[in-house]
Design a protein around this ligand. Structure first.
Ligand code: SAH
Ligand code: SF4
Ligand code: F3S
Length: 482
């Protein structure tokens, strides 16, 4: 059978068995293949990585980009590229459907480009039914891999290039964490940092524990080493990533708490801002609140998913906290960090949710007054306990509740926007404004967006900015003399 793409296959001798050496070995081979193909094409090969889903996926995509660039591919802004990867999400049905829709478009590009390869990875690939469907109806896809073996991307890329058919490699779970692979950051001055992988919480609606596997924490020294290297490379803000950062470190050989890790990170000279997500209310400790209170680097913003305001529903969701405990946490947080911005995630229409349950959610929303909230319509995910529950809520009722919730959330956010007007506060400048080139855009510690006159030279630096007025959800300001 004909190879998918025309390359001279390289004989492999003494493939290293240890990681990451093995992957660097395969990067060299991939590099030789990419060079062969580029010569035939008469131009460098291009790639495009499209990311769906959360910040974990965004960080994983940076790892894919790091490897692709190292083997000689050049990034391009469109999906009409020689290598396109979709890093997928399956947390809700609509995230999942988007991918199938777009694959049809990719197939057309592929018909026009003999060099083109298509790769699929991420959470959706961990579902056996998805892989079956791809095998049946999407034979033009070249490479399929999952969340646990993403570190093996270089090796899988080589296999796919040499293969005549679809390369599929999905692991059910892993206890492995491979350090020190190349990664290409999207921003020069800020970076996500994984502190843990997977999730052990099994909230009854959620598919993440099934597709991301069991919780694994990275060693504190590896995390600190990574952040130190990032800071040496110009990073001033890190976002610590995990599905439940508050349970970080529990199953390390020498257990460490998240609060202790934060205190170590705080000591890194040159690092200016620390963010983290996601916090699970059940594990948010007083120790953490105390550390946040005393920190000069931890940002004044906490994303604290509520999911539901009804203690009855929270119990069936397997969230391990109730309405009262959640509200108590909010009080403690506000007492410790008075101007902290609070954001949340809320699910509407969980099986069995009554009008009274929904009213409890509205009650928490009015009580807490979130700066912003992500609201989701419950999506039935095959294999989760909630999917099998009777009393799935009819669509019209869910839609109606969703609209009411959204209105309330938006009304409160609008009321809260602008509370800092008149103050002078530090702003990290992130980019030149897309609409008006005389302006730059940055963020306050509480994550609010600020536009101010400035130039590209300011990007990545923190300036004291006077907040002159609030328009909608952002501030307009002016940099003060430092
Ligand atoms: N680990 C994080 C959230 C990860 S998923 C946490 O525990 O908060 C991001 C958000 O997607 C969740 O907070 C939840 O609100 C939403 N979500 C997860 N599963 C969902 C489902 N089946 N239907 C609708 N929303 C869901
Ligand atoms: Fe899903 Fe719950 Fe884990 Fe968050 S904590 S990823 S909602 S199971
Ligand atoms: Fe989606 Fe996976 Fe994140 S399912 S939300 S990309 S962990």
């Amino acid at each position: 059978m004909k190879k998918k793409i025309e390359i001279e296959i390289i004989d492999k001798k003494q493939i290293p068995e240890t990681e990451p050496e093995r992957q660097y070995y395969f990067m060299d081979i991939a590099k030789a293949y990419v060079a062969q193909l580029a010569e035939k094409k008469g131009a460098p090969l291009t790639f495009h990585v499209t990311t769906f889903g959360c910040q974990m996926n965004a960080r994983d995509s940076e790892k894919l980009v790091g490897i692709l660039e190292r083997v000689g591919y050049v990034e391009t802004a469109t999906e009409e590229a020689d290598f396109v990867i979709y890093n997928t999400c399956t947390v809700r049905e609509n995230a999942n459907n988007k991918v199938y829709g777009r694959l049809g478009v990719l197939q057309n590009y592929k018909k026009k480009n003999p060099h083109m390869m298509i790769g699929l990875c991420g959470c959706m690939m961990q579902e056996p039914s998805v892989v079956e469907k791809l095998k049946e109806s999407y034979r033009f896809v070249d490479l399929v891999f999952g969340t646990h073996n993403i570190y093996k991307f270089a090796e899988l890329l080589v296999t796919a290039m040499e293969s005549t058919s679809m390369t599929i490699d999905i692991w059910k779970d892993t206890d492995k964490i491979v350090e020190d692979l190349p990664v290409e950051r999207k921003y020069s001055f800020k970076s996500g940092v994984n502190i843990m992988f997977g999730c052990n919480n099994f909230c009854s609606y959620c598919i993440v524990p099934y597709v991301r596997g069991r919780e694994r924490s990275r060693e504190p020294k590896e995390i600190l080493r990574e952040i130190e290297a990032l800071v040496a490379d110009g990073v001033v803000e890190v976002m610590l990533l995990g599905q439940n950062v508050n349970s970080y470190g529990r199953n390390l050989e020498h257990p460490v708490t998240f609060a202790q890790l934060l205190q170590e990170i705080e000591k890194i000279e040159g690092l200016e801002r620390i963010r983290f997500m996601t916090s699970h209310p059940k594990d948010l400790s007083d120790e953490l609140i105390e550390v946040m209170k005393n920190s000069t680097k931890i940002c004044k913003h906490l994303h604290l998913p509520l999911q539901s305001g009804s203690s009855r529903i929270l119990k069936i969701m397997n969230r391990h906290y109730d309405k009262e405990h959640y509200l108590e946490l909010v009080d403690k947080l506000r007492a410790a960090v008075p101007d902290i911005a609070l954001t949340t995630d809320i699910i509407v229409g969980f099986p069995g949710e009554t009008e009274e349950d929904f009213e409890e959610t509205l009650d928490v929303v009015r009580n807490v007054r979130y700066d912003s909230a992500f609201t989701f319509i419950y999506s039935r995910r095959t294999g989760t306990p909630a999917a099998a529950m009777e009393e799935q809520i009819p669509e019209e009722i869910v839609k109606e509740r969703f609209d009411r919730l959204l209105k309330e959330v938006q009304r409160i956010s609008a009321e809260k926007a602008g509370v800092l007007t008149g103050q002078t506060l530090p702003v990290l400048i992130e980019e030149v404004n897309g609409q008006d080139g005389t302006l730059v855009t940055g963020r306050l510690s509480n994550n609010s967006i600020v536009h101010l006159p400035g130039t590209a030279a300011m990007i990545g630096k923190i300036y004291p900015v006077k907040l002159l007025e609030c328009r909608g959800f952002y501030y307009v300001g002016k940099a003060e003399e430092a």
